[in-house]
Design a protein around this ligand. Structure first.
Ligand code: AMP
Length: 194
């Protein structure tokens, strides 16, 4: 079983690349951002709560996020592996995920980090806003907040997995295909050693 974390700041291409890796490795994709947006669309209590954080570019509290993720993992016991996109975003989420996967006997295989400079992220998110309809794209102050949250709270997750020798950094610049190749090369090298 392969369990991947696709990691990187907002606008680094996690969603786009997750779709490619899902196809190539037959993994089940879990995006906590997509899950929250679906809850918002269905006007659920969880959606309302999540929206109040997301619209400001802040993180939804750990407990709510971890419970939602845990349920999605439990609901899919038969899949070949997971690709986690946008989760974990805090070290507390990472330790909860490790605990959950340890109980299943299927630990994280690798964390693949897309490295993209902040100036490029801002340009991408401003562009994405034209079609995404997302309140958190397109507003420079909210984008800046999201990037700052990433640096302060989320980036330590890459160090946490680096201590387990599981973090692999990949430059997230160039064409979509070029970046996919870099990710699959990194992952294939891990898979040949495990
Ligand atoms: P994303 O689609 O991954 O960019 O996520 C959009 C927003 O959803 C984030 O800015 C957060 O407000 C919220 N969110 C998504 N995943 C998480 C998470 N793992 N922990 C906390 N908040 C999250």
């Amino acid at each position: 079983m392969i369990n991947l974390i696709l990691f990187g700041p907002p606008g680094s291409g996690k969603g786009t690349q997750a779709a490619k890796l899902v196809e190539q490795y037959n993994l089940y994709h879990i995006s906590t951002g997509d899950m929250f947006r679906s809850e918002i669309g269905n006007k659920t209590e969880l959606g309302l709560l999540a929206k109040s954080y997301m619209d400001k570019g802040a993180l939804v509290p750990d407990e709510v996020t971890i419970n939602m993720l845990a349920k999605r993992v439990e609901d899919n016991p038969k899949v070949k592996g997971f690709i986690f996109d946008g989760f974990p975003r805090t070290v507390a989420q990472a330790t909860a995920l490790d605990k959950m996967l340890a109980e299943k006997g299927t630990p994280i295989t690798a964390l693949l980090e897309l490295v993209v400079p902040a100036e490029e992220l801002i340009v991408r998110l401003m562009n994405r806003a034209k079609t995404s309809g997302r309140v958190d794209d397109g507003k420079p102050n909210i984008i800046k907040n999201r990037i700052q949250v990433y640096r302060e709270t989320t980036a330590p997750v890459a160090n946490y997995y680096d201590e387990q020798d599981k973090t692999y950094k990949v430059k997230g610049l160039g064409s979509i295909e070029e970046i996919t190749t870099k990710l699959t090369d990194a992952l294939d090298s891990v898979l040949t050693t495990v």
